[in-house]
Design a protein around this ligand. Structure first.
Ligand code: 5GP
Length: 192
């Protein structure tokens, strides 16, 4: 088990729930560090390599596994994603607040290594909102990809209710951002 100075936070939620918007606002307001994952999936039209993800080949990804460079890695919707270990360790040692925007299986894997991690799941007020938001994303996603993401939403939410520390409903964006900040600052109890 790892013990460290900074705070480690995992933010998960179904595709289209707005977790990237929430995470980037939280990072700005708390001057926190958002860890960039690596992925083998195709870069979307509006995505920037090295910012949203580090887009790498399957070969590079497999090399990362062999070299033990990932805190956790997983296959999500047919693509590979991994959380690089070193930048997180460095930031935590510096006493920074570190945010990971990863899925529920990733969050649970991180909890096994960092016992003090706070696992936060963002829930949409209505499932129909997810479909609307997924359809509106400029990522060049096809119908199959959107369908997989919608189907995965139910399973992930059920798992999060069982195992996550906090559930935050993204009904009003500003309220959701503030709730996440309060959780990070330790002003809220468990299972909010
Ligand atoms: P998307 O392709 O829509 O950006 O992400 C698909 C899913 O993969 C999301 O639930 C996202 O949180 C998750 N994800 C992104 N990076 C990682 C990672 O490094 N590890 C894991 N386990 N999941 C990730």
């Amino acid at each position: 088990m790892k013990d460290n100075n900074g705070k480690l936070i995992v933010i998960s939620g179904p595709s289209g729930v707005g977790k990237s918007t929430i995470s980037s606002e939280v990072v700005k307001r708390l001057d926190a560090y958002l860890c960039t994952s690596v992925t083998t999936r195709t870069k979307g039209e509006n995505e920037v390599d090295g910012e949203h993800y580090q887009f790498i080949t399957t070969e590079e990804f497999n090399k990362g596994i062999v070299e033990d460079r990932f805190l956790e890695y997983a296959e999500v919707f047919g693509n590979h994603y991994g959380t690089p270990w070193q930048p997180i360790e460095d930031a935590l040692e510096e006493g920074e607040t570190v945010l990971l925007e990863i899925d529920v299986q990733g969050g649970l894997a991180v909890k096994k290594v960092y016992k003090d991690v706070q696992l936060i799941f963002i829930v949409p007020p209505h499932t129909s909102d997810l479909k609307k938001r997924l359809d509106g994303r400029q990522r060049g996603e096809n119908d199959e990809s959107r369908k997989k993401r919608l189907q995965g939403a139910g399973e992930e939410t059920a798992k999060a209710w069982q195992h996550y520390d906090h559930m935050v409903i993204n009904d009003d964006l500003e309220t959701a951002i503030n709730e996440v900040i309060e959780i990070i600052q330790g002003k809220t109890g468990e299972n909010t």
